[in-house]
Design a protein around this ligand. Sequence first.
Ligand code: HEM
Length: 428
Amino acid sequence: MVPPASVPLGFLLAGAVGLVAFGACLAFGATLAVRSPRSPDVLAVTHLGVLAFLTTAVLGALHQFAPVVGVRALRSIPVARITVVTLVIAVWALPIGFAYFPTTLVVVGGLVGAVAVCLAAWNLSGPLSSREGGIPVVGLRLSVLYLLVTVTFGVVYVLDRHYGWFPLIEHRVLAHAHVGLFGWLGLTYISVAEKLWPMFLLAHRPKARSGAWAVGLVAAGTAVLGTGLLFAWPVVTGAGGAVVAAGIGAHLTSLAGAVKHRRRPLELLHVFLFVSAAFVVVALVLGAVGGLAPVSTTVRMHLVSAEIAALIAWLGLAVIGHCHKIVPFITFNRLRERGIQTNRSGGPLLFGDLFDHTVAVATLVIGATRFALVVAGLAAGFAAAVAAGGAAVGIAGLAVTLNLGLGPRRVLPKAAHQDPEPELARTT
Ligand code: HEM
């Protein structure tokens, strides 16, 4: 049912490189991010975060997860591989184009990105058209639809930057940004969580209605919020924002329910989840103050930038936390298929053997504190904090990539490091 490990791992590796680049470029572009958030260099950094890191990693997770939850395979493995390649081309062409070649490369990046997400949507439509799977499958159908809408917005805006059809004023850009962050990335996470959280915690909740409300409210609220922002209708924007906030409230209630009814102890993943949840609350507060408070344009700009950064932190920490489950799960199965049953000390092979726990804790501490520094720095207009935070986020990205990427080396016999194949062949 699930695709070969190289498919999700290919997306996840590309997403990890995107995270490192996002942190590094944020460190270098901190002054511009504070002074001029709409500048091309800042757009480049933002898209490294939302496309090269988050969208790429989340699509990788979906190529693994959708077949499991829909109990139906992807439509085509070769198309999944082509999707990785086209997506990687797009998510790098777009930021490089924004920063250095304003027209040609941006248009190419936008169009190749549109091809990549259409391929992904077609492939995922196989498992997602299944009648199995309940709320997570319904939520994922909608979130993939929102991905298509986000990218359509993006391509129209890219062409508009070239042909000048209409003024690309802030509220229109924010419509695209919020549909992408809440409708695509947020809704995907909220939907997937409804399957993964009870499973990881062995939680049998008497009712799981809060999860269904979360998916429904975030999906409906994003449509209203996006429409309000697009046409600069403050009442509609406020109503949409309130519905999305209610959906996030239901999502957090669902997390509390899974934790309360757990039959397994909490672990590092859950600390990632709690910290990540704090960032979405901060984002909602910043968004509400930025949208409603009578503040100057400069302060509003800082608040909106900080809100976008807090949403990236919410999703980023959740993705990194879940990767500490997903990647060991995939590599564990791969090693078992190849006959590796034990760890280096001869004990049974466990997921926990496939990464260093201390490095994982350090990743969480660095990621959480430094994302907080970035959000605070953007809100207060303090570039040095954004630069310091960005650099450390890049380092956290490098730490998680090496920690999870080198996982199999921690269990393979030493001689197999030079050439794993003969060792694997002997053990199979
Ligand atoms: C192929 C895909 C995409 C293209 C072509 C694209 C293109 C664009 C363009 C042209 C802008 C406005 C530029 C301006 O202000 O002049 C923009 C802004 C933005 N986009 Fe995208 N985008 C894409 C995907 C996404 C996704 C998937 C997300 C989020 C999940 C996203 C989040 C944002 C954000 C947050 C901004 C505002 C940045 C800021 O104000 O600093 N974009 N995008």
